[in-house]
Design a protein around this ligand. Structure first.
Ligand code: KG4
Ligand code: ZN
Length: 339
């Protein structure tokens, strides 16, 4: 088979990223310029600053990605870019850049859904993983159980009714004084705490067995902190982090295994920033082993936002004949499976 190299571009939130991936599977380069330092000053992502930083960095990030891959733009087969969901101003930087490059170099342009990219991150290191499989998508903005029917066909079987899992991590981290970005900090601090110290609720949604809700556990943590303050009791940060994390992980693992069993899926992949969580990875591993299910998850660098995942998904869509026009626009609330 002739080698097909796709340049991926990602700018949906606070990472400016570009990557070159060969045949949807082999990462030739993966450059990520994170804006975390700047947004940390404000306790979260400031959309206007994110857009400005993307503009400042995107050319250099793409140049580096091509150089590290040893692939000049002329040798790239297609350019793929995240066009939604995400922050509109941030997305527009990547989309505008990808259109300009594709037009100038005469290359095909493929718009990619950010979450479908997160799912495709699993192809980068698992040669044997091919659809169909079940994917637990857990990011800062999304919590979904998705049946991946083929490389470009998706069916949502469960989703959150309120906060996304990552959003709950970020809000609880802020409440217990860990700051932004919350997920990795809770993950680290929880290792020193007792996950059964405080019983936080595991929400059940009436009527939909594979749906999620995380606003209840978040409120329960806030109430607990208030009560401690009123009683003048010291808060054990590590115990709160570990107990909160356990409540979230219990629900994610329980729903994913139940859905796989009911749908007859023998394989589960985990994707998105929260897939980097060490407790989620460990407990999914154990639960899948007990249930006879094969588990896949990406290395941490491919769990959080990156462009290699966009190039991987872009490759499969390019092979399926998807081409975006010069009118490709940012779609901040793009739905999975929508074109
Ligand atoms: O996928 P991602 O990079 O961006 C979105 O598409 O949203 O996910 C970012 C989210 C943040 O909420 C962050 O706190 C969370 O993923 N996250 C983690 C960990 N690393 C990142 N949550 C829990 N444990 C982690 N180790
Ligand atoms: Zn993401």
């Amino acid at each position: 088979m002739r080698e097909c190299k796709v340049l991926g571009i990602e700018s949906s939130c606070d990472e400016t990223a570009a990557a070159v991936v060969s045949n949807g599977r082999e990462v030739l380069s993966n450059v990520i310029s994170s804006q975390i330092d700047i947004h940390t000053l404000y306790g979260g992502v400031v959309p206007e600053i994110a857009s400005r930083k993307h503009i400042e960095r995107i050319n250099q990030v793409i140049e580096e990605a091509l150089e590290q891959a040893g692939t000049p733009l002329e040798e790239i087969d297609a350019i793929s870019v995240t066009y939604g969901p995400g922050l509109v101003g941030a997305l527009l930087v990547g989309v505008g850049e990808a259109k300009a490059l594709a037009y100038a170099a005469g290359k095909p342009l493929v718009g990619v859904h950010h979450i479908e990219g997160h799912i495709a991150a699993n192809y980068l290191e698992h040669e044997d993983l091919e659809p169909p499989f079940l994917c637990l998508v857990v990011s800062g903005g999304h919590t979904h159980l998705v049946q991946v029917k083929s490389y470009d066909k998706f069916q949502i079987v469960g989703c959150t009714h309120d906060d996304a899992a990552g959003e709950a991590f970020d809000k609880v981290a802020r409440a217990i004084g860990l700051g932004y970005p919350g997920g990795p900090k809770i993950d680290r601090v929880a290792k020193e705490g007792n996950p059964s110290a405080i019983e936080f609720p595991r929400a059940k949604i009436s009527g939909s067995e594979f749906d999620f809700s995380f606003s209840g556990v978040k409120s329960a943590v806030l109430n607990y902190l208030n009560q401690c303050e009123m009683k003048g009791e010291a808060v054990n940060q590590a115990d709160v982090a570990a107990s909160f994390q356990q409540a979230v992980v219990d629900v994610l693992v329980g729903r994913a295994i139940a859905a796989a069993r009911q749908l007859g899926e023998g394989r589960i992949a985990v994707a998105g920033g929260v897939a980097a969580n060490s407790s989620l990875r460990g407990q999914m591993r154990q639960a899948c082993q007990e249930a006879g299910i094969t588990l896949y998850y990406p290395s941490p660098v491919y769990c959080t936002d990156n462009a290699a995942m966009i190039a991987a998904q872009g490759y499969y869509e390019y092979m399926a004949g998807v081409r975006s026009g010069w009118d490709l626009n940012a779609v901040p609330n793009l739905k999975i499976g929508q074109r």
